[in-house]
Design a protein around this ligand. Sequence first.
Ligand code: XMP
Length: 511
Amino acid sequence: VVLVVDFGAQYAQLIARRVREANVYSEIVPHTMSAADMLAKQPKAVILSGGPASVYAEGAPQVDPALFGAGTPVFGICYGFQAMAAALGGTVAQTGRSEYGRTPLKVAGGGRLLADLPSDLSVWMSHRDAVSAAPAGFEVLAGTTDTPVAAFEDLSVALAGVQWHPEVLHSQLGQQVLENFLFDIAGVKPDWTAANIVDDTVRAVREQVGDKRVLCALSGGVDSAVAAALVQRAIGDQLTCVFVDHGLLRKGEAEQVERDFVAATGVDLKVSDATDRFLGALSGVIDPEEKRKIIGREFIRTFEAAAREVQAEGEVEYLVQGTLYPDVVESGGGEGAANIKSHHNVGGLPEDLKFTLIEPLRALFKDEVRAVGEELGLPSAMVWRQPFPGPGLAIRIVGEVNPARLDLLREADAIAREELTNAGLDRDVWQFPVVLLADVHSVGVQGDGRTYGHPVVLRPVSSEDAMTADWSRLPHELLERISTRITNEVPQVNRVVLDITSKPPGTIEWE
Ligand code: XMP
């Protein structure tokens, strides 16, 4: 493992991801962890992240100097670079000059850390203090106008650092700098590959489960599918999956689970077709939060009933959950976000069912989950599916949900998705909700006559984490094709409109 020590900036997760992209396993640890505890994990290397503090500020996070004398390679970034310099007898000065954003860098010599890099680089800086003298024994490798010591290394002890942020995309050749450290200075091996992740996880699940039985809930999304496929690979028929079909998925998605996923994995699947039950409960309901509550409640009831049937065939000890690494890191970070929408995670755990959890994706980032899904041979439509809300199309019909309206929306949505895929843009767009304004009527002229139908809204957005989003600038020709096809092929839709609102102030979904 490579440890990334979090000094409290938002960069630690990004660094951990970049290390993984180099096929090296990384984990984030808090700066409050003692050097002894870090070293007890026997890391191949340690990376100190950036942070908001000044090394001289009162209460500034410190690095225990014991970390540097242990023979473990350490790489300092930004604050981590300054903290390393200060701990080893260098000088960190409050120069009064700060560097923020894109900054030209002169590489002098380059040493091993910056080997083979051009002498002029554009890098991303964000700092006020600066290292004015490197610790004894360190070679200075690069500098900027305001920061003469912007990178250093001491190969005899495998320590190195940079003032800029190699993990952000705006830093030219940042990934190469990181890999130079990992491979050429720390001598780490790039053995974190999808195939190895599968092997390791399969072994761990087998060990955890023994001969017990395991239950999982499939939602149609990539996380639950990959988690289930991994556990299936580990323990075969000891796993039973339940798929609650609430009748609110998009066109073809239920078949994807029931047919394609089962064919690809051989999973023992129990389908609970609860469409009537969900639609019955939703009848007459317009309020979005009310819809969410009903769907969450019905989901738990349906899942419980199915789980009991599985239990009746023999004791079930474990439940699979598709928790990802960012959830694990963030759940350490406390809560406090305002409740904008009650994000009922359909597929969530009924509270009174007592299972021990298996979380095979707990160490993985989303892109790794996808790579594992491909490695396991899952259908690519599933592996690359965009995020889709648990309550499904119910929160994309503004107005009451009924079968006729669901059919209309399914057709319109399928056209939009198909055209986006044909244009090769489906992996560039974060989500592409299509929303039916079922309670709004619009006048149109189609064929020879006047129509009085409904508008649909296209809501393509780009985002990194769904917390903020921008509307996607899709090519006009693509929008035109989607509009023409929807109005031609979907009866009762006579208008297609484009949502050009960012988040905030709009949310991604309309409800
Ligand atoms: P909003 O609309 O709040 O959505 O900008 C942010 C992300 O969350 C998804 N979403 C949900 N997911 N249950 C879910 O599982 C929900 O009730 C729910 N509401 C919104 C939305 O699709 C987007 O990815």
